[in-house]
Design a protein around this ligand. Structure first.
Ligand code: XIL
Length: 595
């Protein structure tokens, strides 16, 4: 196996131990004192230094890229080591009055002994919450340093007899207020639930406050129930991380497709991450920033309904930075996404852009007009200000859901209900009308390898293709280590390839909870086999894959971290390449066959 061959087992084992330790610390979260600003955790374990000290590079550097000379990527090298510290900087167990948390609104924030995590004396109790955003907040401006990444964890509990998501957010002042999603977890009523997330604040931040709330999109009154918080902890994840001195990963596939990565605007502010993105990828997708919920501006739209009823107001400043980054770094940008049932606010479908749950929806005519205007404004903005940068758009995302039993397998979404069954075709028509010539229009969906769904996606795209309004199909590819089978996955790509449209693998990740050596090697094998399959399919001219995008740069930022930490990506939280990286690099020491 890769790391055994190279005699670097020791240091990697250490790295794993550090990761596991961090997880154990977060999960067991033993109460131990107050703010430890600028102090390393006193116990030996919490301040783990991982250095490149324990072995020389004994690597019998195998030439991993001899498979027919097709792949030109990086060869293994240990020239990427750096010193890493894992540092606890803040703990609050609420065992006395000096905790620094206060109410965000009119609600009451007080210690209680009624219910606590792990039978401690007190927890923090937020009651009388009139809004979802009411909850305990603390100013951590002195603890959170710009450009560094922090892991925040706590235990939370909701009182009501219903399941709702509790969120940790960070409000930052940077020439105005911004809100960063840190973490979110569905809570069963009355059950203490661990919540974990990471946060990094930008350089121009003057104030940073962490707070707990229920999801602001939630319209149910029960979500305004009492909220309890205990054992809040903050870890600085890495002090310094060097960029690997290895060759570019995207070169491996220079004869095949672009290699992309999903990023956040925040990651683009971190020089270490930027250097890795620039080096290893030649395409980016914004994980969230270009979605309707981040572009639509409700307060302006609702302020003058005559003016905005069919022409919603849009905030473009949120995407300028990312588009500029793509332009300056000569990277293709995949536009994600225009028409989607998720991350599109309900008020967008309502009369007067109302945000009350029972406000009536608009007519199909008005909704299609809103859709046309939204698509027009977004595409024209990109074309005018960043010509040639957004090379393609996921025009419609996830519109097939066969269990809903609608003709054609359509999802019973608000788009379907309000705009009507033609909304997909309309979206593509509008996109074609307003897109810069040459911009490719994609239909994007997940679990495309499921046979019934595959059939529905094939038929939908076939229909759009016959009208000449689609150029490609996005196969999201959120995979698991053991499913789908390689056969089913390949069949999906080959089947869709038959339409003659471009294929993009738009959101590849492999759900892996195991951060053991074998767990990560298993995942690395799967990555290698998958990429090998992409190349084979292209060599056989069975599909024209033009882009493969990994859904996230490094594990700690994966969207799969939902209470439980996952390890699905190519770089670890210290930004070091993982076995999966070498799998994608087609390194021969990662078996193509055994699994
Ligand atoms: C995910 C993002 O990665 C998360 O940060 C966000 O909280 C939810 O959405 N299919 C898609 C992507 O098309 O847009 C989703 O991205 C993942 C599933």
């Amino acid at each position: 196996m890769l790391w055994q061959i190279r005699g670097s087992n020791m240091k990697n084992t250490k790295r794993w131990m550090a990761c596991m330790l961090a997880v154990v610390l977060l999960v067991s979260s033993s109460a131990c004192g107050k703010k430890d600003k600028d102090k390393t955790e006193p116990t030996k374990n919490a301040d783990t230094t991982i250095g490149a000290t324990d072995d020389a590079n004994t690597s019998a550097s195998t030439d991993g890229n001899t498979a027919g000379g097709r792949f030109n990527g990086p060869k293994y090298s240990s020239d990427y080591e750096s010193e890493i510290k894992y540092k606890r900087i803040y703990t609050e167990d609420f065992e006395d009055e000096e905790h620094g948390f206060y109410s965000r609104g009119e609600e009451t924030t007080a210690l209680t002994a009624d219910t606590t995590y792990n039978n401690s004396k007190f927890s923090l109790h937020s009651s009388g919450r009139a809004k979802n955003w009411n909850g305990p907040k603390i100013n951590l401006s002195e603890d959170l340093q710009p450009g560094k990444r922090y892991q925040v964890s706590a235990y939370v509990m909701l009182a009501e007899a219903a399941e709702f998501a509790v969120k940790i957010d960070c409000k930052v002042e940077q020439n105005g207020s911004n809100y960063i999603d840190v973490g979110s977890i569905e809570c069963e009523p009355g059950v203490w639930t661990p919540i974990v997330g990471t946060v990094m604040i930008g350089n121009d931040t003057t104030k940073a406050e962490l707070y707990f709330e229920t999801d602001y999109n939630n319209m149910y009154e029960e979500a305004l129930c009492d909220l309890y918080v205990d054992n809040v902890e903050l870890f600085e994840l890495a002090t310094e991380s060097k960029v690997p001195l290895i060759d570019s990963l995207h070169k491996t596939y220079e004869n095949y497709f672009k290699l992309g990565v999903a990023v956040s605007a925040l990651e683009l502010e971190d020089p270490t991450r930027v250097a890795i993105i620039q080096k290893h990828f030649n395409s980016i997708t914004m994980g969230n920033e270009m979605k309707p919920e981040n572009l639509l501006n409700r307060s302006v739209s609702a302020s003058d309904i005559e003016k905005y009823n069919t022409e919603p107001a849009i905030n473009f400043e949120n995407i300028d930075e990312a588009l500029t980054f793509a332009k300056e770094n000569n990277m293709a940008m995949r536009g994600h996404t225009l028409v989607w049932h998720s991350q599109t606010p309900d008020w967008f479908f309502k009369e007067g852009y109302s945000n009350t749950a029972d406000a009536p929806n608009v007519s199909s005519e008005v909704m299609l007009a809103r859709m046309e205007s939204y698509i027009k404004q977004v595409l024209e903005y990109c074309a005018k200000n960043y010509p040639g940068i957004v090379v393609c758009w996921d025009v419609v995302n996830e519109a097939i859901n066969t269990p809903d039993k609608i003709d054609g397998g359509l999802r019973d979404s608000l788009w379907y209900q309000v705009a009507g069954p033609d909304f997909i075709e309309k979206a593509f028509e509008y996109a074609r009308k307003y897109a810069e010539p040459g911009t490719k229009l994609f239909y994007n969906d997940y679990n495309c390898f499921e046979k019934v769904k595959l059939n529905a996606i094939y038929n939908l795209c076939d229909k759009l293709n016959q009208k000449g309004i689609i150029d490609g199909i996005g196969v999201q590819s959120h995979l698991k280590v053991n499913s789908p089978s390689m056969g089913d996955y390949e069949n999906c790509i080959v089947t869709l390839g038959k339409l003659g449209l471009e294929i993009n693998v738009t959101e590849l990740d492999i759900d892996q909870t195991l951060n053991t050596e074998e767990g990560q090697m298993e995942m690395a094998r799967k990555y290698r086999r998958i990429f090998n399959m992409y190349a084979n399919v292209m060599d056989a001219k069975q599909a024209n894959i033009t882009n493969v995008t990994i859904w996230g740069l490094s594990d700690e930022n994966s969207w799969l971290n939902d209470g439980v930490l996952k390890y699905p990506l190519l770089f670890d939280e210290y930004l070091q390449p993982k076995p999966a990286f070498w799998g994608v690099a087609q390194d021969e020491s990662i078996s193509l066959f055994a699994n």
